[in-house]
Design a protein around this ligand. Structure first.
Ligand code: GDP
Length: 509
């Protein structure tokens, strides 16, 4: 074969490969066959370029599927993230510093033997995926504020859900961590938990130097009590800050209350001048679905959402016992989508269709629920009768798992795929008090319509005041009672009056 022939063949095959890559890695776009536009791959600088692309496709490909965010992260947040990444490299698993720091565990004279710059937060995997994602982001922000690094208990399937977010290191707590056997005892009334220790007088907020323990557990689960809530008090933070290892047993998004601790306020204002973007930025920085989950997301997106003129996500979480299909919940969904003009009505007869447009819109509705009936009813409704506007309504529900099966790998992967898919829709309806919905709205930068608790309100749903998740059990009566009342950017949640959420300063009264 001549050299020119070889070169031509090589060039042609490279082009074919390139075309194939573009074809397989980019989604179909509305009104456009294939997306070729390079987008904001690093999400406004949130992400570094240090990772290789193939090991975690979602990291750099999310920008092909998600509209660019109108909310830009502050330069201060970006520089803080880069410093955090360096700290994690110096202190993370496998380093000399990590080895030294684990040696002191269990010694009560730890502070006299300094741990240097490395201090740690250990995250325990408890409750559903939405809860886990929200506590992880809360702990990550707490780590940024206090100069610690975060390590994740990997005994569950977290590794099969998310890629590593920090370059050149790992966020997984090594399985031979000296306290592994004790982690499950860090529960309510656990003798190493700060609240219990306060109650039993085995620690005081005035504790100093040689009496500082080498580790502490913090119990921040929804049924926590007054002594556990002391975590949110300035004077207790002064002590907790000195403890080398903090193990959190938490299921709450507690960021709004960090804002009410005076010593963190200045820093938080610099990190997030637009206060309702905390989870939006941290969530997109931290959570990159693994290739397995990304495949589920992109296949669904390309098949059911990409060609639509409009997309609507409806997240149906039934928290009553027994849970399942209820006609009053279905009625509420219909009343909300009709009342807020999120979906067209169904016309009584074909002749009642009003639209004269030559090109009717395609509206894709993504329903997520453990139960199949909600989406089936919606789909049937738009099949049996025409939409009053002449628009076409397509309804899609990726899975029907029937009951919560947390820690079953494929179940959790489906849950993550659905949370992410909801976040890719144009408009979103969520169920009250559900962390599953909170994560979707935050990632997507969406202010959802929240379905009220059935029968609680006259209106079926309300538009959220911000895209931030709600801290469902905020400590509103303790040391923060006064500050809560006067801080305008922290407000009661729409779906939980005793909960707190951050709102943008522009929304201040
Ligand atoms: P929350 O209980 O509504 O606050 O949300 P969580 O995500 O913390 O826990 C609910 C868990 O139930 C999820 O993580 C899933 O395991 C499961 N689940 C609930 N709703 C859905 C759904 O619509 N789709 C899927 N795939 N799983 C769901």
């Amino acid at each position: 074969m001549k050299l020119t022939t070889v070169v031509t063949c090589f060039l042609l095959s490279s082009m074919c490969l390139l075309a194939l890559f573009t074809f397989t890695h980019q989604p179909l776009e509305k009104g456009q066959k294939y997306s070729r536009r390079p987008r904001d791959k690093l999400l406004g600088g949130l992400l570094t370029e240090e990772f290789d692309e193939e090991s975690c496709l979602s990291r750099y490909h999310s920008s092909f599927y998600r509209k660019p965010s109108p909310h830009k992260p502050s330069q201060y947040l970006l520089s803080k993230l880069r410093s955090y990444e360096m700290l994690h490299k110096r202190c993370g698993p496998g380093t000399k510093a990590y080895k030294e720091a684990t040696k002191i565990l269990g010694h009560h004279d730890s502070m006299s033997r300094s741990v240097g710059e490395c201090k740690y937060i250990v995250w325990l995997a408890v409750y559903g995926l939405g809860n886990r994602i929200l506590t992880l982001s809360s702990l990550f922000l707490y780590a940024l504020l206090t100069g610690r690094i975060i390590l994740l208990d990997q005994r569950t399937d977290i590794n099969s859900l998310f890629c590593e977010p920090f370059p050149g290191t790992s966020w997984l707590l090594p399985l031979d961590f000296p306290l592994t056997d004790q982690l499950d005892s860090f529960n309510k009334n656990g003798s190493h938990c700060y609240g219990t220790m306060l109650k039993n007088h085995t620690i005081k907020w005035t504790t100093r130097d040689n009496n500082i323990p080498s580790y502490l557990c913090l119990y921040l689960i929804h049924d926590y009590e007054d002594h556990d809530k002391m975590f949110f008090c300035e004077r207790d933070q002064n002590l907790i800050r000195q403890v080398p290892w903090l193990v959190f047993n938490a299921n709450l998004y507690f960021i709004p209350s960090l804002w009410l601790i005076p010593s963190y306020q200045t820093e938080l204002n610099k990190l997030f001048p637009q206060r309702d973007t905390v989870f939006h930025h941290l969530g997109r920085y931290l959570f990159h679905p693994t290739n397995k989950v990304w495949g589920m997301i992109t296949r669904s997106y390309n098949t059911y959402l990409s060609r639509a003129d409009e997309t609507l996500g409806i997240q149906v979480r039934v928290l009553t016992k027994p849970a399942g299909y209820f006609q009053h919940v279905m009625n509420q969904i219909l009343a909300c989508t009709k009342g807020e003009k999120l979906l067209p009505e169904v016309a009584a007869t074909e002749s009642k269709v009003t639209n004269t447009s030559t090109r009717p819109k395609l509206i894709s509705v993504l329903v997520t629920s453990l139960y199949p009936e909600y989406s089936e009813n919606l789909r049937t409704m738009y099949w049996e009768g025409p939409s009053s506007t002449g628009d076409m309504v397509q309804v899609y529900q990726p899975s029907q798992e029937m009951y919560q099966q947390t820690d079953k790998r494929l179940h959790d992967q489906k849950a993550l795929a659905e949370i992410y898919l909801l976040s890719l829709t144009d408009k979103l309806v969520t169920s009250n008090s559900s962390t599953f919905g909170y994560v979707s709205q935050g990632l997507g930068g969406l202010r959802p319509w929240i379905l009220y608790k059935p029968k609680n309100q006259k209106n079926p749903c309300v538009k959220a005041i911000s895209m931030e998740p709600c801290f469902l059990r905020a400590p509103i009566y303790g040391c923060q009672a006064k500050t809560v009342k006067i801080t305008r950017f922290v407000r009661p949640c729409e779906d939980r009056l005793t909960g707190l959420k951050l709102v943008d300063s522009a929304n201040e009264l």
